[in-house]
Design a protein around this ligand. Structure first.
Ligand code: HEM
Length: 122
């Protein structure tokens, strides 16, 4: 049996690192930062852990995801196609920084693209 994307990306620690860097960069970003304005540290900690759980589950790891589905989680935020493009750029930067290979990187992109319709609503 072929190895899951989860294992090929490096398992839990690698995905936790990826999510932490991604959220950190998005929160500081001039295009995306507005989505995290006026949020409590507790809320941000919770969102980060839930994102890690989600990524682990979706890539084939064993994690029980307690968060909402992507449409509900992002409903009413007004995320635009421009925001999405910037988000993908940040994902690519972080993936490059962490040395994600082209095969795994491509699979991550296909997965993210499958979520776009639920997340981009403006
Ligand atoms: C432009 C792109 C995106 C923006 C601006 C964005 C922004 C946000 C914000 C502000 C929250 C906090 C919601 C809350 O606490 O009520 C959130 C939650 C979340 N986002 Fe995103 N997001 C984006 C793309 C994505 C993508 C591509 C994924 C999946 C790979 C994702 C996964 C999640 C998860 C799992 C949560 C927590 C769900 C929950 O609250 O139960 N987001 N997002």
């Amino acid at each position: 049996m072929s190895k899951s994307l989860y294992l090929r990306l490096g398992g839990y620690d690698a995905l936790a690192m990826f999510a932490t860097k991604l959220i950190g960069a998005a929160q500081k970003d001039s295009v995306l930062g507005r989505f995290w304005e006026n949020r409590s540290a507790d809320r941000n900690d919770r969102d980060l852990q839930v994102l890690i759980d989600y990524l682990v589950r979706e890539t084939g790891g064993q994690m029980y995801y307690t968060g909402r589905d992507m449409a509900l989680a992002h409903k009413g935020m007004g995320i635009t196609a421009v925001d999405w493009t910037r988000f993908i750029e940040i994902v690519q930067n972080v993936a490059g920084e962490l040395g994600v290979g082209p095969t795994e990187g491509g699979e991550v992109m296909v997965f993210l693209e499958s979520l776009k319709g639920d997340i981009v609503t403006a």
